[in-house]
Design a protein around this ligand. Structure first.
Ligand code: NAD
Ligand code: UFG
Length: 336
């Protein structure tokens, strides 16, 4: 069995990817410091994988953790999710973001070099495109000046990986992951008040929060609200398996390859609300508020490269994303 180290494997995207890895016959080895996840995620993973995945509680910044893991496992590849991800918080605490996201990546790469591991899948973001000159951006679109320290850490991460050809990297630029595993055994449960649209929306419908604020309806888009490319988290998880197969199958064209991971379809905030109502029969309480500083107007993925080269395609539609997000929300108990 091929063992794959999954840093941040108890987080939102990491946990769903652990399930996809197990379904595909890989053996995930999870490293997470629980800074933004709960240990109970392992119970859901056990249900879905059919076994309890190996878990190391530890920090990617700690070089000793790699010695410990590599002494016990034959790691063939790493999927690196562990990072901080809140854009607003990164403006308040830039050094914490640079230390965790850039410093953590450097520690990981040193650990990989020392242990002779040369295959990596890296979590990047469409945030590197900023407000693109042309929508949809393809992978050759210019990387724009970062709008936040968080965005800068993703750009720096990409640059560092380009500079280290001895590590073969699949760099995945995610668009907007939402939803949950269809079983509702795992999903997204941000600590505190959610910043992102869908977790706020589901918590609002569940009565945990006040009405959703739509951040602006005066943008130059058909209905005035911002447009994003929402992708089901299980589709995103499966993209990691495809990237891993490409790496381990020696099919990469170069040491650093980058792919847009989206559906290729944009949806506005108001369309998301409508899709939720249609998919679940629930009414979404919302008000229109002012624009949120730093929001880009519209972005969705050009998927031509990923369609042609990665052998992966998003399969789940917006209604499925909404149904699965709601099923997950419904079985949650409100954290005290
Ligand atoms: P998440 O916060 O749910 O998961 C990250 C996990 O990493 C958490 O379990 C956290 O405890 C862990 N972690 C953080 N720092 C760590 C450290 N130093 N050592 C060990 N574990 C650590 O986030 P997510 O949404 O699953 O995002 C995963 C990755 O994808 C991140 O790199 C994020 O920047 C990137 N990304 C996310 C989105 C999104 O919208 N969710 C979009 C684009 C890119
Ligand atoms: N929105 C609202 N009300 C809310 C929350 C969000 O109207 O309460 C709107 C936003 O203004 C935006 C859209 O919903 O127009 C999506 O916002 P999110 O916060 O869900 O997502 P973003 O596109 O701002 O950013 C997310 C992650 C970033 C990541 C990016 C691309 O937060 O880390 O997707 O992957 F880089």
């Amino acid at each position: 069995m091929t063992e794959v180290l999954v840093t941040g494997g108890l987080g939102f995207i990491g946990s769903h990817t652990v399930v996809s890895l197990a379904y595909a016959g890989f053996t995930p080895v999870i490293l997470d410091n629980l800074s933004n996840s709960r240990i109970s995620v392992l119970d859901g993973l056990e249900q879905l994988c059919g076994y309890r995945p190996v878990f190391y509680e530890g920090d990617v910044n700690n070089p000793e953790v790699y010695d410990r893991i590599c002494a016990a496992h034959t790691i063939q590849a790493v999927i690196h999710f562990a990072a901080f991800k809140a854009v607003g918080e990164s403006v308040e605490k830039p050094l914490a973001y640079y230390r965790n996201n850039v410093g953590g990546l450097i520690s990981l790469l040193e650990g990989m070099q020392k242990s002779g591991i040369s295959n990596l899948v890296f979590s990047s973001s469409c945030t590197v495109y900023g407000e693109p000159d042309h929508v949809p951006p393809d992978e050759s679109a210019p990387v724009k000046p970062a709008m936040s320290p968080y965005g800068a850490t993703k750009q720096m991460g990409e640059q560092i990986l380009r500079d280290i050809p001895s590590i073969r990297t699949q760099c995945l630029r995610y668009f907007n992951p939402i939803g949950a595993h269809e079983s509702a055994q795992i999903g997204e449960l941000p600590l505190g008040v959610p910043n992102n649209l869908v977790p706020y929306l589901t918590q609002s419908v569940a009565g945990w929060r006040g009405p959703l604020t739509v951040h602006g309806n005066d943008y130059p888009t058909p209905d005035g609200s911002c447009i994003r490319d929402y992708i089901h988290v299980m589709d995103l998880a499966e993209a990691h398996v495809a990237a891993l197969n490409r790496l381990l199958g020696g099919k990469s064209d170069s040491a650093f390859e980058v792919f847009n991971i989206g559906t290729g379809k944009g949806s506005s905030v108001l369309e998301v609300i409508q899709a939720f109502e249609e998919a679940t029969g629930e009414k979404v309480p919302f008000t229109i508020g002012p624009r949120r500083p730093g929001d880009i107007v519209q972005v969705w993925a050009d998927t031509q490269k990923v369609d042609n080269q990665l052998g992966w395609k998003a399969r789940r539609d917006l209604h499925t994303m909404m149904k699965d997000a709601w099923r997950w929300q419904q079985q949650l108990t409100r954290p005290s």
